[in-house]
Design a protein around this ligand. Structure first.
Ligand code: GUN
Length: 301
Protein backbone atom coordinates (compact mmCIF):
# COMPACT_ATOMS: atom_id res chain seq x y z
CA UNK A 1 0.00 0.00 0.00
CA UNK A 2 1.18 3.49 -0.74
CA UNK A 3 -0.16 6.41 1.30
CA UNK A 4 -1.81 9.48 -0.14
CA UNK A 5 0.69 12.32 0.31
CA UNK A 6 -1.07 15.29 1.92
CA UNK A 7 0.15 18.36 0.03
CA UNK A 8 0.59 21.08 2.67
CA UNK A 9 2.35 23.37 0.24
CA UNK A 10 -0.66 23.47 -2.09
CA UNK A 11 -3.24 23.77 0.72
CA UNK A 12 -1.19 26.62 2.26
CA UNK A 13 -1.02 28.34 -1.15
CA UNK A 14 -4.82 28.20 -1.42
CA UNK A 15 -5.21 29.45 2.16
CA UNK A 16 -2.90 32.40 1.44
CA UNK A 17 -4.70 33.22 -1.82
CA UNK A 18 -8.01 33.37 0.09
CA UNK A 19 -6.40 35.58 2.75
CA UNK A 20 -4.88 37.92 0.14
CA UNK A 21 -8.40 38.60 -1.20
CA UNK A 22 -9.67 39.28 2.32
CA UNK A 23 -6.71 41.56 3.12
CA UNK A 24 -7.25 43.57 -0.08
CA UNK A 25 -10.91 44.08 0.85
CA UNK A 26 -10.27 45.15 4.46
CA UNK A 27 -7.40 47.43 3.42
CA UNK A 28 -9.76 49.22 1.05
CA UNK A 29 -12.51 49.32 3.69
CA UNK A 30 -10.48 50.53 6.65
CA UNK A 31 -7.74 52.45 4.82
CA UNK A 32 -5.06 50.39 6.56
CA UNK A 33 -3.68 46.89 6.10
CA UNK A 34 -3.43 44.42 9.01
CA UNK A 35 -0.07 44.88 10.80
CA UNK A 36 2.19 42.17 12.19
CA UNK A 37 5.19 42.85 14.47
CA UNK A 38 7.78 40.07 14.76
CA UNK A 39 10.30 39.94 17.60
CA UNK A 40 13.44 37.84 17.26
CA UNK A 41 16.06 37.62 20.02
CA UNK A 42 19.54 36.28 19.22
CA UNK A 43 21.07 34.70 16.12
CA UNK A 44 19.54 31.24 15.81
CA UNK A 45 19.73 30.64 12.03
CA UNK A 46 16.56 28.50 11.94
CA UNK A 47 14.55 31.18 13.79
CA UNK A 48 15.93 33.86 11.45
CA UNK A 49 14.79 31.80 8.46
CA UNK A 50 11.32 31.25 9.96
CA UNK A 51 10.83 34.96 10.67
CA UNK A 52 12.06 35.93 7.18
CA UNK A 53 9.63 33.43 5.58
CA UNK A 54 6.74 34.64 7.73
CA UNK A 55 7.42 38.30 6.79
CA UNK A 56 7.84 37.54 3.09
CA UNK A 57 4.58 35.61 2.91
CA UNK A 58 2.82 38.30 4.97
CA UNK A 59 3.95 40.89 2.41
CA UNK A 60 2.74 38.69 -0.47
CA UNK A 61 -0.72 38.67 1.18
CA UNK A 62 -0.72 42.46 1.63
CA UNK A 63 -0.06 42.33 5.39
CA UNK A 64 2.33 44.99 6.72
CA UNK A 65 5.06 43.66 8.97
CA UNK A 66 7.87 45.08 11.08
CA UNK A 67 10.81 43.13 12.52
CA UNK A 68 12.48 43.79 15.86
CA UNK A 69 15.76 41.90 15.99
CA UNK A 70 17.37 42.10 19.43
CA UNK A 71 20.81 40.94 20.56
CA UNK A 72 21.14 37.56 22.29
CA UNK A 73 22.09 39.27 25.58
CA UNK A 74 18.97 41.48 25.66
CA UNK A 75 17.51 41.48 29.18
CA UNK A 76 14.04 40.17 29.94
CA UNK A 77 13.11 43.68 31.18
CA UNK A 78 14.12 45.27 27.86
CA UNK A 79 12.22 42.65 25.87
CA UNK A 80 9.12 43.20 28.00
CA UNK A 81 9.48 46.96 27.45
CA UNK A 82 9.39 46.38 23.67
CA UNK A 83 6.29 44.18 24.00
CA UNK A 84 4.55 46.95 26.00
CA UNK A 85 5.43 49.47 23.28
CA UNK A 86 3.96 47.19 20.58
CA UNK A 87 0.85 46.56 22.74
CA UNK A 88 0.26 50.32 22.70
CA UNK A 89 1.05 50.81 19.00
CA UNK A 90 -2.19 51.42 17.08
CA UNK A 91 -0.63 50.22 13.81
CA UNK A 92 0.13 46.78 15.25
CA UNK A 93 -2.66 44.19 15.20
CA UNK A 94 -0.58 41.09 15.87
CA UNK A 95 2.60 40.44 17.87
CA UNK A 96 4.82 37.41 17.27
CA UNK A 97 7.62 36.50 19.69
CA UNK A 98 9.72 33.89 17.89
CA UNK A 99 10.64 30.96 20.16
CA UNK A 100 12.89 29.69 21.58
CA UNK A 101 14.10 32.73 23.53
CA UNK A 102 17.61 32.69 25.06
CA UNK A 103 17.83 30.69 28.30
CA UNK A 104 18.14 33.72 30.62
CA UNK A 105 14.66 34.92 29.62
CA UNK A 106 11.48 33.37 31.10
CA UNK A 107 9.38 32.84 27.95
CA UNK A 108 6.10 32.59 29.86
CA UNK A 109 6.56 36.07 31.40
CA UNK A 110 7.21 37.58 27.97
CA UNK A 111 4.33 35.74 26.30
CA UNK A 112 1.94 36.76 29.08
CA UNK A 113 2.91 40.41 28.51
CA UNK A 114 1.55 40.36 24.94
CA UNK A 115 -2.02 41.68 24.94
CA UNK A 116 -4.30 38.63 24.45
CA UNK A 117 -6.02 40.56 21.64
CA UNK A 118 -2.67 40.92 19.78
CA UNK A 119 -1.36 37.43 20.61
CA UNK A 120 -1.04 36.00 17.08
CA UNK A 121 0.41 32.66 18.29
CA UNK A 122 -2.24 32.04 20.92
CA UNK A 123 0.53 31.45 23.48
CA UNK A 124 -0.76 33.86 26.17
CA UNK A 125 -2.04 31.81 29.11
CA UNK A 126 -5.50 33.39 28.65
CA UNK A 127 -5.70 32.13 25.06
CA UNK A 128 -4.26 28.73 26.02
CA UNK A 129 -6.84 28.48 28.81
CA UNK A 130 -9.75 29.46 26.56
CA UNK A 131 -8.77 26.71 24.11
CA UNK A 132 -8.40 24.20 26.95
CA UNK A 133 -11.95 24.92 28.21
CA UNK A 134 -13.44 24.72 24.72
CA UNK A 135 -13.97 28.46 24.07
CA UNK A 136 -11.08 29.16 21.67
CA UNK A 137 -10.27 32.68 20.50
CA UNK A 138 -6.75 32.67 19.01
CA UNK A 139 -5.45 29.15 18.37
CA UNK A 140 -1.71 28.34 17.94
CA UNK A 141 -0.74 28.28 14.26
CA UNK A 142 0.87 24.84 13.94
CA UNK A 143 -1.97 22.80 15.48
CA UNK A 144 -4.52 24.91 13.56
CA UNK A 145 -2.63 24.10 10.35
CA UNK A 146 -2.50 20.40 11.29
CA UNK A 147 -6.27 20.40 11.82
CA UNK A 148 -6.80 21.93 8.37
CA UNK A 149 -4.58 19.21 6.85
CA UNK A 150 -6.54 16.50 8.68
CA UNK A 151 -9.90 17.90 7.61
CA UNK A 152 -8.65 18.09 4.05
CA UNK A 153 -7.33 14.50 4.11
CA UNK A 154 -10.68 13.27 5.47
CA UNK A 155 -12.77 15.25 2.98
CA UNK A 156 -14.22 17.46 5.70
CA UNK A 157 -15.29 20.86 4.36
CA UNK A 158 -15.99 22.41 7.79
CA UNK A 159 -19.61 22.99 6.81
CA UNK A 160 -20.90 22.54 10.35
CA UNK A 161 -22.50 19.62 12.13
CA UNK A 162 -20.57 16.55 13.15
CA UNK A 163 -17.29 16.56 11.19
CA UNK A 164 -15.65 13.57 9.55
CA UNK A 165 -13.04 13.28 12.33
CA UNK A 166 -15.73 12.60 14.95
CA UNK A 167 -15.29 9.32 16.81
CA UNK A 168 -11.79 8.63 15.52
CA UNK A 169 -9.01 7.74 17.93
CA UNK A 170 -6.36 10.45 17.68
CA UNK A 171 -2.97 9.95 19.30
CA UNK A 172 -0.82 13.05 19.70
CA UNK A 173 2.81 12.33 20.57
CA UNK A 174 4.43 15.29 22.35
CA UNK A 175 2.96 17.52 25.07
CA UNK A 176 4.49 20.92 24.28
CA UNK A 177 2.41 24.03 24.79
CA UNK A 178 3.16 25.06 21.19
CA UNK A 179 1.85 21.91 19.50
CA UNK A 180 0.90 18.81 21.54
CA UNK A 181 -1.42 20.28 24.15
CA UNK A 182 -3.34 22.66 21.86
CA UNK A 183 -3.53 19.91 19.21
CA UNK A 184 -5.15 17.57 21.77
CA UNK A 185 -7.67 20.31 22.66
CA UNK A 186 -8.54 20.94 18.99
CA UNK A 187 -9.03 17.23 18.29
CA UNK A 188 -11.21 16.91 21.39
CA UNK A 189 -13.36 19.74 20.00
CA UNK A 190 -13.62 17.71 16.75
CA UNK A 191 -15.14 14.87 18.82
CA UNK A 192 -12.09 12.63 18.47
CA UNK A 193 -11.13 10.28 21.29
CA UNK A 194 -7.75 11.76 22.18
CA UNK A 195 -4.66 10.20 23.73
CA UNK A 196 -1.89 12.68 24.57
CA UNK A 197 1.27 10.56 24.63
CA UNK A 198 4.82 11.68 25.37
CA UNK A 199 8.36 10.54 26.12
CA UNK A 200 7.25 8.85 29.39
CA UNK A 201 4.32 6.96 27.86
CA UNK A 202 4.67 3.22 28.40
CA UNK A 203 4.54 0.99 25.31
CA UNK A 204 4.52 4.04 23.03
CA UNK A 205 4.63 2.02 19.77
CA UNK A 206 1.56 0.04 20.91
CA UNK A 207 -0.33 3.21 21.86
CA UNK A 208 0.50 4.74 18.46
CA UNK A 209 -0.71 1.58 16.67
CA UNK A 210 -4.20 2.24 18.07
CA UNK A 211 -4.40 5.60 16.31
CA UNK A 212 -6.72 6.33 13.40
CA UNK A 213 -5.06 9.75 13.38
CA UNK A 214 -1.45 10.05 14.54
CA UNK A 215 0.15 13.46 15.13
CA UNK A 216 3.90 13.26 15.77
CA UNK A 217 5.36 16.31 17.53
CA UNK A 218 8.30 14.87 19.45
CA UNK A 219 11.20 16.89 18.03
CA UNK A 220 13.13 13.64 17.59
CA UNK A 221 14.15 12.80 14.02
CA UNK A 222 12.34 9.74 12.57
CA UNK A 223 11.31 8.48 16.01
CA UNK A 224 7.95 7.11 14.84
CA UNK A 225 8.66 3.96 12.82
CA UNK A 226 6.54 2.28 10.17
CA UNK A 227 5.50 -0.54 12.52
CA UNK A 228 4.10 2.03 15.02
CA UNK A 229 1.37 2.89 12.52
CA UNK A 230 -2.02 1.25 12.09
CA UNK A 231 -2.50 0.31 8.41
CA UNK A 232 -4.58 3.04 6.77
CA UNK A 233 -4.08 5.65 9.53
CA UNK A 234 -3.64 9.34 8.77
CA UNK A 235 -0.21 10.58 9.89
CA UNK A 236 0.63 14.25 10.50
CA UNK A 237 4.35 14.85 10.94
CA UNK A 238 5.09 18.12 12.76
CA UNK A 239 8.86 17.60 13.01
CA UNK A 240 11.40 19.64 11.07
CA UNK A 241 14.84 18.23 11.93
CA UNK A 242 18.05 18.92 10.06
CA UNK A 243 20.28 15.84 10.02
CA UNK A 244 23.62 14.98 8.45
CA UNK A 245 23.61 11.71 6.55
CA UNK A 246 26.15 10.39 4.07
CA UNK A 247 28.00 13.71 4.14
CA UNK A 248 24.86 15.64 3.16
CA UNK A 249 22.46 17.72 5.23
CA UNK A 250 18.71 17.19 4.84
CA UNK A 251 15.39 17.79 6.57
CA UNK A 252 13.48 14.90 8.11
CA UNK A 253 10.36 14.76 10.25
CA UNK A 254 9.57 12.98 13.50
CA UNK A 255 8.25 10.05 11.41
CA UNK A 256 10.42 7.63 9.40
CA UNK A 257 8.69 8.60 6.14
CA UNK A 258 10.15 5.85 3.92
CA UNK A 259 8.70 3.18 6.23
CA UNK A 260 5.49 4.99 7.14
CA UNK A 261 4.38 5.70 3.57
CA UNK A 262 3.88 1.96 2.96
CA UNK A 263 1.58 1.60 5.99
CA UNK A 264 -0.33 4.87 6.44
CA UNK A 265 -3.46 5.75 4.47
CA UNK A 266 -2.35 9.37 4.21
CA UNK A 267 0.76 11.18 5.40
CA UNK A 268 2.29 14.66 5.36
CA UNK A 269 5.79 14.98 3.84
CA UNK A 270 8.70 16.92 5.37
CA UNK A 271 9.27 19.47 3.97
CA UNK A 272 6.01 20.50 2.29
CA UNK A 273 3.52 19.30 4.90
CA UNK A 274 2.89 21.06 8.20
CA UNK A 275 5.56 23.82 7.80
CA UNK A 276 3.79 25.90 5.12
CA UNK A 277 0.48 25.53 6.98
CA UNK A 278 1.99 27.03 10.16
CA UNK A 279 2.89 30.18 8.23
CA UNK A 280 -0.50 30.29 6.46
CA UNK A 281 -2.33 30.15 9.82
CA UNK A 282 -0.05 32.84 11.27
CA UNK A 283 -1.36 35.09 8.48
CA UNK A 284 -4.91 33.81 9.08
CA UNK A 285 -4.61 34.71 12.78
CA UNK A 286 -3.21 38.16 11.93
CA UNK A 287 -6.25 38.94 9.78
CA UNK A 288 -8.59 37.50 12.43
CA UNK A 289 -7.03 39.73 15.13
CA UNK A 290 -7.40 42.75 12.83
CA UNK A 291 -11.14 42.00 12.38
CA UNK A 292 -11.68 41.34 16.09
CA UNK A 293 -10.01 44.62 17.11
CA UNK A 294 -12.11 46.61 14.64
CA UNK A 295 -15.29 44.86 15.82
CA UNK A 296 -14.42 45.57 19.49
CA UNK A 297 -13.73 49.22 18.66
CA UNK A 298 -17.04 49.52 16.79
CA UNK A 299 -18.90 47.93 19.73
CA UNK A 300 -17.35 50.46 22.13
CA UNK A 301 -18.08 53.50 19.93
N1 GUN B 1 8.99 28.40 17.41
C1 GUN B 1 8.64 27.20 16.92
N2 GUN B 1 7.37 27.22 16.49
C2 GUN B 1 6.90 28.46 16.72
C3 GUN B 1 5.65 29.10 16.49
O1 GUN B 1 4.68 28.52 15.99
N3 GUN B 1 5.57 30.41 16.85
C4 GUN B 1 6.62 31.07 17.43
N4 GUN B 1 6.43 32.34 17.78
N5 GUN B 1 7.78 30.51 17.67
C5 GUN B 1 7.93 29.21 17.31
Amino acid sequence: MSAMIIDGKELARRTRARLAGDVAAVTENFGAAPGLAAILVGDDPASETYVRTKRRQAAECGIRSTAHHLAADTTEADLIKLVHALNGDETVDAILVQLPLPGHIASHRVLDTVLPGKDVDGFHSRNAGLLAVGRPETVPCTPRGCLALLRHAHGDDDSGGLGKLAGLHAVVVGRSSIVGRPMAALLTAENCTVTLAHSRTRSLPEVCRQADVLVAATGRPEMVRGDWIQPGATVIDVGINRIERGGASRLVGDVAFDEAQHVAGAITPVPGGVGPMTVAYLLHNTVELFHRRRADEAAQA
